[in-house]
Design a protein around this ligand. Structure first.
Ligand SMILES: [Zn+2]
Ligand SMILES: [Zn+2]
Length: 318
């Protein structure tokens, strides 16, 4: 018996158990299927991700406190920066340099975002830049809003990592580990938040929080909002906004998306010149990730931030 999904649509037992193991070990779920299956949503494998959304409804039972909201906002901020500054501008585009410990620290923080490992993220993103808004682009909005926003993330092809796109990153065993066990850090974060909430309830009851409350707000709500904010760059930043540069794709510059994603909304700038660490090309194009990276450079944590070349700025106008 093979491990493929039967043609009738319901997974056979080995396929089911592989999907369950892949919740914890991504190498278990890498089953080759036919081209039609590749584009289908793997509901069993995606169940924890969908469950995380449904579990947000628990806000109705756990209550809310200023402590829970501050922790949720803090985790959104830290993890959005790890995604934009490191998963995107560093791992995917190599737009600056850093040390191996800092590279690892931000890979861990990025993987706490439940957007899979840094190798997976970089491989899919590099593929996007090569094939943006063509039939080979898995998350072009030309395939429909929901497919570009979240559907692509849950398909069999969407779960897989193409090693040929990330040869430069495969040399790091610690990154390969984060990719293989891409739920390890999120689970550790969820458990830590529960423990922190329980400790605060016991030793600082005036804060009005609890284990379940910090789990729901700090992990579930913050992570779901972070995910959907991030993927607006796939679904909306190729639809809404201004096109400063006549790129071959549909990318746009959108100030609102740039604010919620810490600079990624200057997406037409980015598609025109993906190699720079900066995406807001003009002084008024707010790019929080760029400011954060400049701060890290001042502290000696990162170096060689690639600038926007003068000819690109000239084309942008004054
Ligand atoms: Zn794009
Ligand atoms: Zn990019």
């Amino acid at each position: 018996m093979n491990a493929r999904q039967g043609s009738g649509g319901s997974p056979d037992r080995p396929a089911r158990s592989a999907a369950l193991r892949s919740w914890f070990d991504t190498s278990a779920g890498d089953r080759r299927t036919g081209p039609a299956d590749e584009e289908r949503i793997d509901w069993l494998r995606a169940a924890p991700f969908i469950g995380m959304h449904i579990a947000c409804l628990a806000v109705a039972w756990v209550g809310v406190s200023a402590t829970a909201l501050w922790i949720a906002a803090g985790l959104y901020t830290a993890r959005m920066f790890a995604i934009t500054g490191f998963y995107h501008r560093y791992f995917s585009h190599r737009s600056f340099r850093t040390s191996r410990p800092v590279q690892f620290a931000f890979a861990v923080l990025g993987s706490a975002s439940v957007q899979r490992g840094p190798l997976w993220w970089a491989a899919h993103h590099r593929h996007h830049h090569v094939h943006a808004d063509t039939p080979q682009d898995p998350h072009t909005p030309r395939k429909g809003f929901w497919r570009s926003h979240v559907g692509w993330f849950l398909t069999r092809a969407g779960f897989r990592t193409d090693p040929s796109r990330i040869g430069d990153l495969l040399a790091f065993p610690e990154l390969r580990w984060l990719d293989r066990y891409d739920t390890a850090v999120p689970v550790a974060l969820a458990v830590s938040l529960y423990a922190l909430g329980a400790a605060l309830q016991r030793w600082a009851p005036a804060l009005g929080t609890s284990g379940p409350q910090l789990l729901v707000w700090g992990f579930l709500v913050s992570t779901v909002v972070l995910f959907h904010a991030t993927v607006t760059i796939n679904s909306l930043a190729h639809r809404w906004g201004r096109r400063r540069y006549a790129t071959r794709d549909d990318s746009r510059n959108n100030w609102l998306l740039a604010l919620i994603t810490f600079g990624e909304g200057w997406h037409n700038n980015h598609h025109f010149f993906p190699g720079s660490a900066r995406q807001g090309f003009r002084w008024w194009e707010i790019d929080l990730t760029w400011y954060g990276l400049r701060g890290m450079q001042a502290m000696g944590l990162v170096r060689d931030l690639k600038p926007v070349p003068a000819w690109v700025l000239d084309k942008a106008g004054r």
